[in-house]
Design a protein. Structure first.
Length: 204
């Protein structure tokens, strides 16, 4: 391996170390309570070393935020092979819940922590998050056009579906489902999604 390749690998490893440490601190101690100096202390580097990679704490936050949404969108894309829009929508909810369970730290930062929401409002844009929402709206639109769902405002319908899946995901990752044995959680999650979706499908 040449010098250039070693430098690239070292930079990549350093970025990963900073991000892994930051997300842990943000979730444990709160975004507002963490400084670049605190992150630097945790990884035993100087703050100046971190500034070589990220301009400030917000830059680190958005890097994590973007990684989370890229992961989510990539998983969402796996349902595109399903031709029937209704089967695709059902799978959509299960894929979303699976993402939350497999990536609880990122999910918490993306949808539960206050810090990112405040920064999104300041920037007045949320392109990477809206991409996933628009993907959901398209799926619902196709379900309406196929006669599976009654006509409705797409924003309202998509928000309702998102609220359902988000509620389930949040309860699970925040350990509010202790009434169910852990080995039964997947059955409960999929069953809950199917129960609600089957109750709103139009009889064709």
């Amino acid at each position: 391996m040449g010098i250039l390749e070693r430098k690239k690998r070292k930079k990549k490893e350093m970025r990963s170390l900073i991000l892994e440490t930051a997300i842990k601190l943000f979730l444990e101690e709160g975004f507002e309570n963490i400084t670049v100096r605190r992150i630097a202390e945790k990884i035993e580097y100087s703050p100046a070393a971190i500034y070589l990679y990220y301009k400030d704490k917000n830059d680190i936050l958005y890097a994590l935020h973007d990684i989370g949404f890229e992961k989510l969108y990539k998983q969402q894309q796996t349902i595109l092979t399903i031709k029937d829009p209704w089967r695709r929508l059902r799978k959509h909810g299960k894929v979303y819940a699976k993402f939350a369970l497999e990536n609880p730290k990122y999910y918490d930062l993306m949808f539960i922590m206050n810090g990112p929401a405040k920064k999104i409002k300041e920037k007045e844009e949320w392109e990477i998050g809206l991409r996933s929402f628009e993907f959901l709206k398209k799926n619902i639109k196709e379900c309406i056009e196929a006669g599976y769902l009654k006509k409705a405002n797409l924003d309202v319908a998509a928000f309702a579906f998102w609220s359902l899946t988000h509620g389930i995901a949040s309860l699970v990752i925040r350990e509010r489902c202790i009434m169910f044995p852990e080995e039964h959680l997947n059955f409960i999650i999929e069953g809950a999604l199917d129960f609600v979706l089957k109750s709103i499908v139009k009889k064709k």
